[in-house]
Design a protein. Structure first.
Lengths: 314, 116
């Protein structure tokens, strides 16, 4: 069985497999809808209201379904932006997982470019995407979900900051999807450790921007700004970051942008070592970091963007 | 073949700014601290980070059998290849592994010696 996003299951697709509802062990997942049957919108809404975000599908059926989703995405789907984004995520999930495990980063770079293109296309429908912001974040505790969130957020922040060049937005999105690439070399026990990290574990963890950079630096299609986003996204403007300890303008603007949304997603996601916090609380913490650790302009811009949407959502 | 044990840390000079000496020891062989001025040249750049091949000076902060630490005014990126002129020992090639800015503004660049 493979976990799939509920939002993507809602997309009409003849190749969709059997959908099972999750259940706590020792119970087994319960069949919710057979393949080929249409899921009534009311049933879907009920599940969403009860907090279900992930459902299960037999692995063999999920592969064929994701392939078809990729084709549908290429043909153009007429569904709301948030569902479209979930579908785009679902369509690349297995491809990204495979690329993530590969020794070289070639497949990951091209996969990131395709996803970034879809995010930029979605963000071109600015209002619709902005309204969907509250519902686009996926938090399932893994690096893939975090990376896709950061990718989407970076493109939205860049647009809100006045960047309109399609090429620049694509590059930003692609680099953001790759920003935590170095974590694939960090042991899962350290990544998912529930308690505080030891000094040695902390050093291993803090090495992920350098490792990600090392894996990507020979890629001929990546720009300096993209590579610096990967390498410097944990640098802080007061010089207290890592891996180099750069300060102020010595940190590339792409990395400064990435660090703002990276911090936001880290706070609003549930981690193995702490609970998720509300969007407004995360923004308050980020405001206190503004000017010392995070770039003031980017924090203000992100604050305006999220606060406006939060107000709309309330 | 078994890996040799990690070395005991050789005490760093008192004027050390921290840097690699404070962190977990990554070198397989013991460090020897010194303060030798050396001349270096970038022998291999990265596609996105072109550099001029002009000679630069740096201070050799420490060395071991498989790595050295340089103190220089310029930041270097992991995977860049440097060529170092050692007095009496001739030229050696190094690959940059990590770089950390120190409180005095200098960068400590950790390099691995490449086989001659």
């Amino acid at each position: 069985m493979t976990a799939v996003r509920l939002g993507a299951v809602a997309v009409p697709c003849a190749h969709r497999g059997d959908v099972y509802l999750p259940a706590r062990p020792p119970r087994t997942p319960r069949l919710f809808c057979r393949s080929g049957e249409t899921i009534p919108p009311s049933s879907l809404a009920r599940l969403q209201r009860s907090g279900v975000t992930t459902v299960w599908m037999p692995a063999s059926q999920a592969d064929a379904w994701r392939n078809r989703l990729r084709e549908l995405m290429a043909e153009g789907l007429d569904v709301p932006a948030a569902i479209l984004l979930e579908t785009a995520r679902e369509a690349i999930r297995d491809e990204m997982s495979e690329a993530w495990r590969a020794k070289t980063s070639d497949a990951l770079v091209s996969c990131a470019a395709r996803f970034s293109q879809q995010v930029v296309d979605l963000c071109a429908k600015r209002d619709e995407m902005a309204e969907a912001l509250a519902s686009i974040a996926v938090h399932d505790g893994n690096t893939f979900a975090h990376s896709t969130n950061v990718c989407t957020y970076v493109v939205m922040l860049a647009q809100a900051s006045g960047i309109s060049s399609n090429c620049t937005l694509l590059e930003l999105g692609q680099a953001a999807l790759l920003h935590d690439l170095g974590k694939r070399r960090v042991h899962a026990e350290i990544l998912n450790k529930p308690g505080p990290l030891s000094l040695a574990e902390r050093e291993t963890m803090n090495d992920h921007p350098r490792i990600g950079f090392q894996d990507l630096c020979r890629q001929p299609n990546l720009t300096r700004e993209q590579l610096l986003m990967v390498y410097q996204h944990h640098e802080r403007i007061d010089g207290g970051g890592y891996p180099v300890g750069l300060s102020g303008d010595a940190i590339c603007w792409t990395a400064q942008m990435c660090s703002v949304v990276d911090v936001y997603d880290a706070y609003t996601a549930q981690r193995s070592y702490r609970e998720a916090i509300q969007s407004q609380q995360a923004l308050a913490i980020m405001r206190s970091m503004s000017g010392t650790q995070l770039c003031t302009e980017h924090v203000e811009c992100w604050n305006r963007l999220v606060s406006r949407l939060w107000a709309v959502a309330v | 073949m078994t890996r040799p044990p990690r070395p005991r840390q050789t005490p760093a000079p008192s004027d050390s700014q921290g840097g690699f000496a404070c962190e977990q020891e990554r070198r397989r062989f013991a460090r020897r601290y010194c303060g030798l001025d050396v001349s270096l040249r970038v022998a291999g750049t990265l596609p996105a980070f072109p550099r001029q091949a002009a000679a630069k000076t740096a201070r050799l902060a420490d060395f071991s059998r498989n790595g050295i630490c340089l103190a220089c005014v310029e930041e270097f990126y992991p995977c860049e290849i440097l060529e170092l002129d050692f007095p009496e020992m001739g030229q050696r090639r190094l690959v940059v592994r990590r770089c950390r800015r120190q409180r005095d503004g200098l960068f400590h660049v950790g390099c691995e010696l490449l086989e001659a």
